[in-house]
Write a protein that binds this ligand. Structure first.
Ligand SMILES: NC(=O)c1ccc[n+]([C@@H]2O[C@H](COP(=O)([O-])OP(=O)(O)OC[C@H]3O[C@@H](n4cnc5c(N)ncnc54)[C@H](OP(=O)(O)O)[C@@H]3O)[C@@H](O)[C@H]2O)c1
Length: 429
């Protein structure tokens, strides 16, 4: 059999693009069919910036859109990033030119995946994005390929390594969010502008993509309910620990008769649960299916080596002519995403109140909760130095979010309650 050489065009030569250049330079014959993958053309902003391999012999494009539609490449790899701008324009150009596209761009796929899937399937070319979720850990292929024989009902996981690193450090060192964030930035775990990560938006992009793959609907990032970790206080980490829980940023999605819910919340996870024991920048995901049962995936969610390996796996799929719809169904008949209203969520919760140190407080709080229909599971009152009041923590039995919000509004109006009670969800999975 003659060996074919696939010409790869790579836009974006940063962490992931640099890792891919290095990998394909070392292992051009990595793909199972025995063909070769060779980077022949590249695009980045700064041509003179040093790269992990010598790019002087490669065709250079200032404009990634021009690279994407170049007749001299067989596969276009987008590693620029960003939901819009040059990344989107280049991917669109490649698909319109009939080129297979591989990308690591979660923002692009979560926000524009449905329209890009139409372009890809109209052109009859693959659009692959394994590296967009959990970096080197194969969550996308798991749902798109290995689990098509099952009906997935729910997913829940830790999809942002920066947040997990920060929460793990806050717990281990007893330090506040801002101090730990500064450390994470110094160590390169967090960006100079950490909003996408700590605001929960990055995790929301990823879980929106996984929801689309799991449930065969169009991705709908706009419907995601998003809360980041920037309001998580050391006090809550300590009190949650006293109750037997760790706080993790949990991205979850489930399908019910009402539709699909996609959520990102700092949540309590019981000690011993694999998500509670996932520390540092590691990612983890539970997949719940009706026939296979539960699957747990854990691994690196970022970094040049792992992420480039996932990009390479997609390149190999193109080379071996693996052909599937971009999501679970052909784009033309992809089910619409029907969002479940946040108020319809039912789950257990943690409420932390800061109250005045005076008699009758517990009775007032208990009566208000009972009056709202909230049933208490556990209760903890603990003096904490410098807390600005007496913290009271309680966990509830499963309850509708609307009932809980009403109870919080009522508690906040009590004279003895110093600030709006803090709500954290208790992870279901
Ligand atoms: N980093 C990870 O571990 C990781 C993990 C999973 C997924 N991802 C995703 O992978 C993608 C790339 O991430 P990254 O961390 O590698 O980013 P990065 O290190 O910031 O690299 C971005 C690259 O894009 C180039 N670029 C920026 N604007 C451009 C433009 N207008 N035209 C051409 N090139 C342009 C930059 O050029 P210069 O080098 O010349 O500045 C740089 O090479 C993103 O979608 C990200 O979400 C990253």
């Amino acid at each position: 059999m003659t060996q074919k050489t696939w010409r790869i065009g790579v836009a974006g030569l940063g962490t992931v693009g640099g890792g891919l250049l290095q990998f394909l330079s070392d292992r051009p014959d990595f793909a199972p069919a025995g063909d070769r993958a060779v980077v022949t053309a590249v695009s980045a902003r700064n041509r003179s910036r040093p790269r992990p391999v010598d790019i002087s012999g490669l065709a250079w494009f200032d404009d990634p859109v021009a690279l994407a539609s170049s007749p001299d490449i067989d596969i276009f790899v987008e590693l620029v990033g960003g939901s819009d701008g040059p990344a989107k324009a280049a991917v669109e150009a490649a698909l319109k030119a009939g080129k297979p596209v591989v990308t690591a761009n979660k923002a692009l796929i979560a926000e524009h995946g449905a329209e890009l899937a139409v372009l890809a399937e109209t052109a009859g070319v693959p659009l692959l994005f394994e590296a967009a979720v959990m970096g080197g850990t194969p969550a996308v292929k798991m749902l798109r390929e290995a689990m098509v024989g099952d009906d997935v009902s729910a997913l829940a996981g830790i999809l942002n390594g920066t947040c997990n690193f920060i929460l793990s450090e806050m717990e281990a060192k007893g330090r506040g969010f801002k101090e730990v964030l500064a450390d994470a930035q110094a160590l390169g775990y967090a960006e100079a502008d950490p909003t996408m990560d700590v605001g929960g938006f990055d995790a929301a992009h990823k879980i929106s993509i996984l929801a689309a793959l799991a449930f065969g609907c169009a991705p709908n990032y706009a419907a995601a309910e998003i809360e980041g970790i920037d309001q998580v206080e050391q006090l809550d980490i300590t009190l949650a620990k006293d109750l037997g829980y760790r706080i993790r940023l949990i991205a979850s999605t489930e399908k019910t008769d009402d539709g699909v819910a996609v959520r990102v919340h700092p949540s309590l996870v019981a000690f011993g649960h694999p998500l509670a024991e996932t520390r540092g920048a590691t990612n983890a995901l539970f997949i719940e299916g009706s026939r296979i049962g539960r699957i747990f995936l854990q691994g690196p969610g970022a970094g040049a080596g792992p992420t480039a390996a996932a990009v390479a796996a997609d390149i190999a799929d193109v080379m071996t002519a693996s052909r599937r719809p971009v999501f679970q169904s052909p784009a033309a008949i992809l089910a619409p995403f029907i969002a479940v209203a946040p108020t319809r969520r039912v789950g257990k919760a943690y409420l932390r109140l800061l109250v005045k140190d005076q008699p009758g407080v517990i009775a007032a709080v208990s009566e208000t909760l009972a009056g709202s229909g909230v049933s208490i599971d556990s209760f903890l009152q603990k003096p904490v130095e410098d807390a600005g009041g007496v913290p009271i923590v309680l966990t509830t039995h499963a309850i509708a979010e609307s009932v809980l919000t009403d109870a919080i509004d009522r508690l906040e109006r009590l004279d003895v309650v110093i600030e709006r009670p803090r709500l954290l969800r208790i992870a279901r999975i």
